[in-house]
Design a protein around this ligand. Structure first.
Ligand SMILES: [Ca+2]
Length: 155
């Protein structure tokens, strides 16, 4: 099995994220994609207050590619960690906020004075041009809406 030994060695050289498994009969029936799209993760929904610093987090977005798969029975599946290359955040609902770093992994904004929901869509692109999207909702609550007492008093 010289070929398999070479593949195993190459997998280790290419990436520490590379893993190998044997094809199952069910896999053999499936076509092998050249690229697998990344999986966008826009982070958990957040509940914040007016004036809060809000950080969006797309760092849990992932990409995993199949380099070789089941061309024939007993072939090997090699999964090698792909790479998310670009991030793009766009606000999709609610009054516009001033988003800093919309092309970064973790853009931020200051919750504006207008309460309500703001929804953002994250689009990630991997190293082979595959894309995926995910949404996150930030709910901005009015400050002390019940009109209760405050420890601080204005001048
Ligand atoms: Ca990929």
């Amino acid at each position: 099995m010289v070929r398999i030994a070479w593949i195993v060695a190459a997998c280790g050289l290419l990436s520490s994220a590379c893993t190998i498994e044997m094809c199952e009969p069910a896999d053999f029936l499936n076509a092998c994609p050249a690229n697998i799209d990344p999986v966008a993760n826009a982070g958990p929904d957040q509940a914040v207050a007016v004036g809060d610093f809000v950080l969006l987090d797309g760092s849990f977005s992932t990409d995993e590619d199949v380099i070789t798969c089941c061309a024939e029975p007993n072939d090997l599946i090699i999964r090698m960690g792909g790479e998310v290359r670009t991030y793009r955040w766009v606000q999709t609902t609610g009054d516009a906020v001033d988003l800093e770093g919309p092309d970064s992994v973790t853009p931020s904004f200051t919750a504006p004075a207008t309460p309500g929901e703001r929804t953002f869509e994250l689009t990630v692109t991997d190293d082979r041009g595959g894309t995926n999207t995910d949404q996150v909702t930030i709910t901005i609550a009015a400050p002390d809406a019940a009109g209760g007492g405050s420890a601080e008093s204005g001048g």
